[in-house]
Design a protein around this ligand. Sequence first.
Ligand code: HCB
Length: 215
Amino acid sequence: MSTELLSQITASLVDGDPDLTIDLTKQAIQGGIEPMTIIERGLVPGMNIVGDKFSTGEYFLPHLIISANGMQQAMDLLEPELRARSQQMKVSGKVVIGTVQGDIHEIGKSLVATMLSASGFQVYDLGVDVPAEDFIAKVKETGAQLVGLSALLTTTMIVQKEIIEALSIAGLRDQIKIMVGGAPVTRSWAAEIGADGFAEDAIQAVQLATQLMGA
Ligand code: HCB
């Protein structure tokens, strides 16, 4: 039953039917399916299929926008559920996170931010299209110990490198850890640009953040 519902959620995103995505997500929550299961086995596969269809020319930008809209609205329903499952934990550290300049993909970054915050981190989410200066200013202002850089485009991965360099030039590199992520980002890219770690998804991001902060 739950597998069928999750497949229907995936299909509703692929079919570009946000109202159905929302309806099915509500049903899944009411049916007791864990929010992370709904995200990872229902919503994310749908977005991946939409992305694949876009790259093969079967889908166009409006398809991406409609499906992203469905996923965003489903995430709005799931976010309080994720937070409700977090225990009251002591703050494990401060994290500044954002999608790098030139890149407006926000769903994955926001999911990582929600999961970190639900796991006890104090999160400063700078949003999307964030220039190096804003990361530098926020780290100085908050004393954050961790920076998360998201990039979804092969053309903006290089901006992760530029931001790491800018943080070094600003004299902040020794006091912070940096984790990178986003669909095209890999462990070897993280190593190449001098990041402290790479996370493939939001669960790994929480594990990595905890490990990097020595919490
Ligand atoms: Co966009 N787009 N898009 N897009 N888009 C991708 C990313 C492509 C891969 C699609 C494709 O061709 N297969 C492609 C990039 C190709 C490439 O560079 N090689 C692409 C393109 C080309 C474009 C445009 C250039 C299209 C155009 O205008 N012609 C344009 C770029 C605009 C810009 O940024 N300047 C564009 C626009 C859009 C929108 C606006 C329509 C929409 C985003 C809406 C929004 O976010 N509000 C969109 C979408 C939705 C996608 C796809 C379909 C889904 C992305 C997504 O939300 N995935 C995506 C295809 C894909 O990725 N498979 C496609 C779901 C989330 C949960 O996964 O990977 O983002 P995630 O995040 C994970 C993970 O990476 C990790 O944890 C997250 C949670 O599990 N993580 C981190 C992420 N950040 C982290 C940071 C950390 O520190 C740690 C872990």
